[in-house]
Design a binder for this molecule. Structure first.
Ligand SMILES: Cc1ncc(COP(=O)(O)O)c(C=O)c1O
Length: 400
């Protein structure tokens, strides 16, 4: 067996199931699950219709590169969204479709890390656990960038020692962040691109929450637009990961793309050809329909906005709750240890949230997930409000 398998950590939801085991929550309260980041708003009609219309595509093997129309529609979306001239993006060399960003974030490390190099793979902490597993299975060593209240819940690149940058082969960044919803600003992205040039490492920017932002006038800035803005028009060392799962409420479609540095993507394309992860033709056509439509995304943002407005107002009456600029999570500070908070909340209020330490590791003597829980505002409005009121009731009971 691959010896690195033994270093993988249990997934957060396995730990959560154990935490809840043997507990019977009050039967008169309907269960509300806000632990999993699975979008529950309806999948847009245009996507569903395109899927049905192209079902005959199941009769063909799809190609790893996907059909030109898909890459073209992605190039157009990238260009419009991130203000990059369309002729700068070559759909044949800068874009690859992927079956959701999870598999791509994982396989990317397997492709770009030289197992003999003893490389470090940097990542935020707390994090999306795939980054860590990808690093470990690629034979690299994870190095965590604690995102704490003091760092504004984003990584502080300035605080990373030079010896770490020297060993860095790959860095995962996540903006908007899961679980914090905070954004890495353009100045920090510029700094990171400069560091990548200086120390020769690759930046994998997970931007899968980038379309779920609060302020309609200031969408989160992306890595490729930043590269372009500073004259890195070939997107050297920069690769972004985008998904339809959150943007278009289609986590079951398994559709996203990677885009950026053509030299890296050439190698990654070859890796994927062997790996055998081409997207089915009906899914490609459904994806084209989704990338070409913005109205459902605007509606989606509005639904999250309404839920954040209501939930943050309620929580703030008992405990300071920050409304993040993007994403669909509330990263709530807890007055007692996060696992106790989650367990007792389930026991007394039948509401399930995720303890912060299930998403983080202790690093440099700090565990930035401790005393936090992640609350995913994915349930319908009324359920989110009901859950917020129950959390309020629960927090009040702790202080009595
Ligand atoms: C930060 C982050 N990245 C990537 C993913 C993977 O999403 P998908 O594979 O559906 O594109 C998720 C899913 O929850 C996530 O939270």
């Amino acid at each position: 067996m691959n010896p690195h398998l033994a270093s993988l950590h249990p997934y957060p939801f396995e730990k959560l199931a154990q935490l809840k085991q043997g507990i019977t929550p009050p039967a008169d309260l309907r269960p509300i699950t806000l632990s999993i980041g699975e979008p529950a708003h309806s999948t847009p009609q245009c996507l569903q219709q395109a899927l049905l219309t192209h079902l005959q595509g199941l009769a063909n093997y799809p190609t790893t590169k996907g059909i030109p129309e898909l890459r073209q529609s992605i190039a157009q979306w990238l260009s419009l969204r991130f203000k990059i001239p369309l002729d700068v993006i070559n759909p044949d060399t800068h874009i690859l479709p992927v079956n959701g960003t999870r598999e791509a974030l994982f396989s990317f490390a397997q492709c770009v890390i030289d197992p003999a190099s003893k490389a470090l793979v940097l990542m935020p902490n707390p994090f999306y656990q795939i980054y860590e597993g990808a690093a470990l299975l690629a034979g690299a060593e994870p190095y965590f960038l604690n995102t704490t209240e003091a760092s504004g819940y984003i990584p502080d690149f300035e605080s990373v020692p030079e010896t770490v940058w020297q060993r860095c082969g790959l860095i995962y960044i996540c903006s908007p962040g899961n679980p914090t919803g905070e954004l890495i600003g353009q100045q920090d992205l510029i700094k990171l691109i400069e560091l990548a040039e200086k120390y020769d490492f690759i930046i994998a920017s997970d931007e899968c929450y980038t379309e779920l932002y609060n302020d309609e006038n200031t969408p989160p800035v992306g890595l490729l637009e930043t590269a372009f803005a500073i004259g890195n028009t070939a997107f050297k060392r920069c690769v972004v990961f985008h998904s339809l799962s959150k943007r278009s409420n289609a986590p079951g479609l398994r559709s996203g793309f990677v885009a950026g540095d053509a030299e890296i993507l050439k190698q990654y394309f070859q890796y994927r050809t062997y790996h055998g992860c081409a997207m089915s033709l009906p899914a490609q056509h459904a994806s084209i329909a989704a990338w070409q439509d913005e109205s459902h995304v605007q509606e989606n943002r509005q639904l999250y906005r309404e839920k954040f407005d209501a939930v943050i107002d309620i929580l703030n009456t008992v405990t300071p709750a920050i409304r993040p600029p993007a994403g669909f999570y509330v990263w709530l500070k807890t007055p007692i240890p996060d696992t106790d908070f989650a367990q007792l909340l389930y026991k007394t209020e039948n509401v399930t949230v995720l303890p912060g330490t299930y998403l983080s590791r202790e690093f440099n003597g700090v565990n930035p997930g401790s005393h936090h829980v992640r609350i995913a505002l994915v349930a319908p409005f009324d359920e989110c409000v009901d859950a917020a009121n129950r959390i309020k009731h629960f927090v009040n009971s702790l202080t009595i």
